[in-house]
Design a binder for this molecule. Structure first.
Ligand code: 4NP
Length: 157
């Protein structure tokens, strides 16, 4: 696999998966990995919209501009296009499974399942909470991004 293609998936594609995309872009860049990264939602509520302002603020606190990201919905073709599809919580995983055509190449996993010691934990939905929830989300998706980077470095060495 010369260029790994990675897709992060949540429900709306405006809170968690854009932050996961941003964290992984940076982790991969710092590791010198050639990757293609995107994010998507299983729902169509926010297609074409920028991330939630609270995600934009959290990314800015981390020194990353995500204002240009736009929401899109997960589709069956994504399972052929991407090597990894990473959902945030169990509800996402059930929704992802409903779209999975079954003959794609993607490894489909819940994000924190690849983080040593955090297996089985969900990246909780911060949408209905306050801004502080987005800092927790960042810490969680950043741990997942770093774990995935380590896996890809391992696969390529
Ligand atoms: P996300 O959060 O899945 O992390 O993007 C949500 C965003 C929007 C909604 C729910 C969760 N919504 O119901 O509109």
């Amino acid at each position: 696999m010369s260029q790994a293609k990675v897709l992060f998936v949540c429900l709306g594609n405006i809170c968690r998966s854009p932050l996961a995309e941003a964290a992984f872009r940076r982790a991969a860049q710092e590791a010198g990995l050639d990757v293609e990264v995107d994010s998507a939602g299983t729902a169509n509520y926010h297609v074409g919209e920028p991330p939630d302002p609270r995600s934009i603020d959290e990314a800015r606190r981390q020194g990353i501009d995500i204002t240009g990201y736009r929401g899109r919905q997960l589709g069956a073709e994504d399972f052929h296009e991407f090597d990894y599809i990473l959902g945030m919580d169990r509800s996402n995983m059930a929704n992802i499974a409903r779209v999975d055509p079954g003959d794609g190449k993607a490894k489909v996993t819940m994000l924190l399942d690849i983080v040593p010691g955090q297996e089985g934990r969900e990246v909780g939905d911060p949408y209905y909470g306050g801004a502080e929830g987005f800092s927790i989300t960042w810490a969680e998706v950043d741990a997942g991004a770093k774990a995935l980077t380590a896996i890809l470095i391992d696969e390529h060495s």
